[in-house]
Design a protein around this ligand. Structure first.
Ligand code: NI
Length: 173
């Protein structure tokens, strides 16, 4: 397994719309393993979409357990039904250090495939539903900061630029 590099806002590659997964082979399993490894070694990440590691395939992983024992894999996910509304504070591994409330559906029905290509359907609510909607946005090139006002989004951009400048300075001797 290897840890992959996570793209950060405002990287244009995060705007790529991912393609459907058609081949369920060893290479796909390796990608899932690498994405899980990357998520587990990240700072509190509970979800990761392939887009974030610059692989433009409709695939995402999530794990809500504290001991990283419940990896959830959704390939070619589609929301077939949704209802209600919830607002939660969201963060994103591609927008480090930034949190904002986003309005999402409360309950969703999702249809997806597992790593072997087998189809399944699930009803999700609460955090699980929010996370899935957030990760599915990534597959369409969308980020949670897109739901903010242009002014706020610009503040986020500046904050990240400053963070990166400071981080760069830390390694210069
Ligand atoms: Ni994200």
């Amino acid at each position: 397994m290897s840890k992959l590099n996570i793209l950060e806002f405002p990287d244009a590659r995060l705007r790529t719309v991912a393609n459907k997964v058609k081949i369920f082979d060893k290479q796909l399993k390796k990608l899932v393993d690498d994405m899980a490894e990357t998520m587990y070694h990240s700072n509190n990440g509970i979800g990761l979409a392939a887009t974030q590691v610059n692989v433009h395939k409709r695939l995402l992983v999530m794990d809500f357990s504290e001991d990283h024992s419940h990896l959830l894999v959704y390939i070619n996910p589609e929301i077939t039904d949704q209802s209600g509304e919830q607002k939660r504070e969201e963060g994103c591994l591609s927008v480090p250090g930034v949190y904002a409330s986003v309005k999402r559906a409360e309950i969703i029905t999702v249809k997806a495939q597992n790593v072997d290509g087998k189809s399944f359907e699930e009803d999700l609510d609460g955090l699980h539903a929010v996370c899935l909607q957030h990760e599915m946005d990534h597959l369409d090139g969308k980020l949670f900061v897109d739901y903010l006002s242009p002014l706020k989004r610009n503040m986020v951009r500046k904050k990240l630029e400053k963070q990166r400048r400071n981080a760069a300075q830390e390694v210069v001797f």
